[in-house]
Ligand binder design. Structure first.
Ligand SMILES: Nc1ncnc2c1ncn2[C@@H]1O[C@H](COP(=O)(O)OP(=O)(O)O)[C@@H](O)[C@H]1O
Ligand SMILES: [Mg+2]
Length: 228
């Protein structure tokens, strides 16, 4: 099985902090798997997501050493636009991801930025809304949607970029049971399409769909079984 993300000796601390949030962390993510990363609040899960998605070092800075490779390329050597074509991240709070008043413009923004032509963008939006079962939301105002629906739009805005790898950072923590099950079904569907999914959680409830579970503690990842 091929490896889509590999980190080697990944070590990170935020600016003006001594403490390493990630400490010599090495991991591999296999193509097509659902990998769950479990850890207590404050254990560095989001920081790890930022490193895996290039947000660190391209957006947030700090002291970074070691390497993160996506498809064999170091994130330090790729720009965010190139990374966005390979990997998409959905944040815990959808408000941080949504910028436009209307759903359709939100979904078109990413591919427009990549200069993809209008017909293709329309096709991608149609397919994504269909996959997420939210076709009727196309012309709605984002601000009028519930938290769970906003989370789906945030996910949709990532999917229109057609990334092969998706990171979900605690996306289920603010939504009801029905919303959680909808997101789990979507993750399983994405896996069926051959995508790789990394899902981060602080409890076991939401990760029954994972192929593999790792726990993050003291800046390192361990197999879940070893952490019991
Ligand atoms: N932008 C930041 N600047 C400084 N410290 C931060 C920043 N973001 C997170 N931290 C600190 O890093 C640690 C890990 O945070 P985080 O990665 O958000 O953990 P988790 O997602 O597991 O809750 C925490 O102690 C947090 O206070
Ligand atoms: Mg977090």
């Amino acid at each position: 099985m091929s490896i889509v993300i590999k980190t080697e000796g990944l070590t990170f601390s935020y600016s003006e902090q001594e403490h390493n949030i990630l400490d010599n962390l090495s991991m591999e993510v296999k193509k097509g798997e659902i990998l769950a990363i479990l850890g207590l609040s404050g254990s560095g899960k989001s920081t790890l997501c930022y490193c895996l998605s290039g947000i660190i070092p391209h957006v947030y800075s700090g002291k970074l050493s070691g390497e993160v490779r996506i498809d064999g390329h170091s994130t330090q050597e790729m720009d965010m636009t190139m990374i966005a074509t390979k990997l998409g991240i959905v944040f815990q709070n959808p408000e941080t991801q949504l910028f436009f008043p209307m759903v359709e413009s939100e979904l078109a923004f990413g591919p427009e930025n990549l200069c993809i032509d209008r017909d293709e963008i329309k096709k991608r939006i149609d397919l994504t809304l269909d996959l997420l079962n939210i076709k009727e939301k196309r012309n709605e105002k984002t601000g009028h949607l519930s938290g769970g629906q906003k989370q789906l739009i945030a996910l949709a805005s990532v999917l229109t970029l057609k990334p092969k790898i998706l990171i979900f950072d605690e996306v289920m923590s603010q939504i009801d049971e029905k919303g959680k099950n909808a997101i789990k079904d979507i993750i399983l569907q994405l896996k069926k399409e051959g995508k790789t999914v990394i899902m981060v959680s602080h409890n076991l409830d939401n990760i029954d769909i994972a192929d593999r579970i790792m726990t993050l503690k003291n800046g390192r990842l361990k197999r879940f079984e070893e952490s019991l």
